[in-house]
Structures are given as C-alpha cells and as structure tokens.
Design a protein around this ligand. Structure first.
Ligand code: FAD
Length: 388
C-alpha cells in the first residue's frame, strides 16, 4: 500500500466532490420527502464515470479497483449525498459489475457490463428471504432444470431497486440443502430479467433511505435460460462471497462518509450557535465526543483502504472487510449521534438533515452484514470457536 495521492485518486475525489456539491442535502431532503428515486443523480454518476469504475476498459469502464470505488463513495457521502453516495453505486456498479466481471461468460460481459458503465442498467441483488437473512445458507428459492431452462419459485425480501431494476442477480438453491454435504454447496446464481410477468414486487415501508425502494419479490414459475447462470451450477456460493466483500467495503465508506458529513455540519453549527454567550463548540462537552468519533472514522477509513487494496490484489480479505465495516459503522454512528446532540432540539428538525442521516446510518448496523455477524467473523479469525 502506498499513501501517496495519485493524480487518478485526486481526480476521483474532486469529481465526487463536484457531483456532491450539485446533489447536496437539499436534493436528498426533497427526494426523501417525496419518496422518489433520483434519476438525475443516477445519470450524473454515469457521466462522472462512477458506474463503470470497476469495469474493464474493453467493456467501456475505467478499469479501476475497490480502493478508487471506496474513495468515490466516501467522498460522495461526506460531501453532501449522505447514504445515497454508496446506495446508488453499491449494488450495480459494485456487486453486479464485479460478479459479472469475475465470473460472467463472454456473452454476459458483453451484454451487461457496457450498459452498467453507461448507467443504462440497474441491478438488484436478491439474497435475503423471510427465513434467510443473517443465515444466507437457508435460502429456499428453488431453481429446477427443465431442458435448457431453469424454473424459479420462491420469495425474496428487502430487495433494493427491484421496483425499477432491469435485472436481478438472484441466489437460489439448485440442490436442496438436505442433499448436499456442506451448506455452501448446491447454491446457484442467476441473472434474471425483472420485466418477467411472473415476478411480483411489493415495496416495504421503511425507516429511511426513501429515495429508493426495497421490496418483497415473489417468483412463480419464472423461466430463465441456463446460459443466465452466473458462475457454475451448484457452486454459486463463492461467486456470492466475492460480491459481498465489495458490498462491505461500500458500507464501510458509507459509515465514515455519513459520519463525516454529520460531523462537519455540526462543527459549522457549533461555531455559530451561541448559548451562555459562547459558541457551543467552545465547550469540550460538545467538541470532544465529535472529535473522538472523527478520529475513529479516520482509522476505520485506513482499514477500508487496506481491505480494498487486498481485494484489488486478489488476496483473501474477509477479515479486513469485516474489521473495516464494523469499525467504520461504529465510528460513523457515534459521529452522527454526537452531531445530533450538538444541534440540541434542532437536531430533531428535518431542515437540518442530521435526523435523516441518523435514520440512514442506522441501516449500516443491520445490513448488509449486521454488526454482530461482522464481529462473529472477526472473533472466529482471532481464534474463538465458531458461535453460529
Ligand atoms: C433497507 C434495507 C435494504 C436491504 N436491501 C437488501 C438487498 O438489496 N438485497 C438483499 O438480499 N437483502 C437486503 N436487505 C436485507 C438485509 O441484508 C437483512 O435484513 C440482513 O441480512 C439481516 O437479516 P434479517 O433481517 O433476516 O435478520 P435476522 O437474520 O433475523 O437476524 C436478527 C438479529 O439477530 C442477530 N443474529 C442472528 N444470528 C446471530 C448470531 N449467530 N450471533 C449474533 N447475532 C445474531 C442479527 O445480527 C440481527 O441483529 C436489506 C435490508 C434493509 C433493512
């Protein structure tokens, strides 16, 4: 790893800051209130080249890695977009692009990667089910072979963007769990067209991030050509694992990005707001809690860089991605909480945004991997017995 900032990194940081300046808190306050997807922001991310950051140049991308993606996400989040800076990138430009880049057939790469890079294709990622959240190996959505096709039946839950995405990468069982030696066997991933009439989508009302929908998805006899398998039949678990590491890096970037946005906003307020004839920021009771959280965010961001660097080198990075995700989220949550405290009663008003960032960052402790499950993974690596 090298801490010298390259011209490329500087350009990414500057581009992300410019985009965030245009799509700042006011934009997201309005989109959140209206419950509306930001088509303009999505298109802007394509113009900025961010949808294609991880896509090789031969498929119209920039051929960069997760270090650059993490930097773009954190900067977008921190400079004004809040959660949207990661949210609008992580599933399509992060997970789907990487899955297809690494495991796709040539035909799949040609069909999907240029469209992702150009912002023409939005992917959703269908993992969670009502009985398979933390325990992904419980997935019960079945894919049964019928000649050159597979027939999919089942139900997914919380699938973000499934109301608007062109495609979904869906996790299924092609061999029932009772018939395999290891739970990780018998899982297959498919690329599904979301306009199939046998797919029904129903949004779930939620606590925050309402500028996009997360939905229940019902599949009834959905026929998918065998060539739409991503990776090998029955061996999809390892494809999924490779897609989950970029997701964790993305959420680590969201944790520190939203935390820094809230902290910087609170620092400005704490300089202006006077109580008892002094700016509230002059009281260490106000400044220290934010400062401590900021210091922790800085260290967590370094761990994200290390995790991303290992990912980009093709090295094992599960330990680093979980440490980065868990620490970035813990520090980010503390930063938003203490920033809200600095605003006093006004922290509760929607016009100052900090309550929205609080709702946004709350997601990061529950998903895509809960803090408990990230710590389970880390403690196992440290040598504790597996607890689940
Ligand atoms: C807004 C939103 C968007 C989402 N988007 C997507 C998406 O696009 N695609 C998708 O597939 N999923 C998505 N999810 C689902 C998300 O990944 C799951 O909610 C998450 O994995 C947790 O699953 P669960 O809710 O079923 O919790 P459960 O598995 O029921 O767990 C409940 C609680 O118990 C804890 N727990 C369970 N087992 C252990 C253990 N062994 N040790 C310690 N603690 C444990 C968990 O950490 C958690 O806190 C989304 C969720 C939300 C809220």
């Amino acid at each position: 790893m090298n801490f010298e900032s390259t011209q490329e990194r500087e350009m990414i940081r500057q581009t992300a800051a410019d985009v965030a300046a245009e799509y700042g808190p006011e934009h997201w306050r309005e989109k959140e209130r209206a419950g509306e997807f930001s088509e303009a922001f999505w298109a802007e991310l394509a113009d900025a080249g961010f949808h294609g950051l991880l896509i090789p140049e031969e498929y119209e991308g920039a051929g960069m890695g997760m270090q650059e993606m993490g930097l773009a996400m954190e900067t977008l989040c921190a400079e004004g977009c809040g959660m949207a800076g990661t949210w609008y990138l992580v599933l399509t430009a992060g997970m789907a692009a990487v899955g297809i880049r690494e495991y796709g057939t040539e035909a799949q790469k040609e069909t999907y990667l240029p469209d992702i890079a150009n912002g023409k294709r939005n992917f959703s990622i269908g993992i969670t089910e009502p009985e398979a959240g933390t325990n992904t190996l419980n997935v019960a959505t079945k894919a049964e072979r019928d000649g050159d096709e597979f027939v999919l039946n089942g139900q997914k839950a919380w699938i973000t963007f499934s109301d608007r995405a062109e495609n979904m990468i869906i996790v299924t069982r092609t061999t029932p769990r009772e018939e395999v030696d290891r739970g990780t066997d018998g899982i297959s991933l498919f690329i599904v067209d979301m306009d199939d009439p046998n797919i029904d989508v129903s949004p779930i009302e939620k606590h925050g991030i309402n500028y996009s929908k997360s939905c229940e998805v019902f599949l009834e006899n959905v026929r998918v050509p065998a060539e739409n398998i991503l990776g090998d039949e029955d061996d999809g678990w390892w494809v999924l694992v490779d897609m989950l590491n970029p997701e964790r890096i993305g959420f680590a970037a969201a944790g520190t990005g939203i935390g820094k946005l809230a902290a910087n906003t609170a620092i400005e307020y704490a300089n202006e707001r006077e109580v008892f004839d002094a700016p509230i920021g002059s009281h260490q009771g106000v400044s220290f809690p934010i400062t401590k959280a900021y210091a922790q965010m800085e260290t967590a961001a370094l761990m994200r860089e290390k995790a991303a660097w290992r990912y980009d080198q093709g090295e094992e990075c599960g330990y680093e991605t979980n440490v980065a995700k868990a620490t970035a989220v813990a520090a980010g949550i503390e930063a938003v909480k203490q920033s809200m405290q600095a605003f006093g009663g006004w922290g509760y008003a929607t016009e100052y945004d900090v309550e929205r960032w609080w709702r946004e960052i709350n997601l990061t402790r529950l998903a895509p991997v809960s803090q408990q499950m990230a710590y389970n993974h880390i403690s196992q690596q440290l040598g504790f017995p597996k607890s689940y």
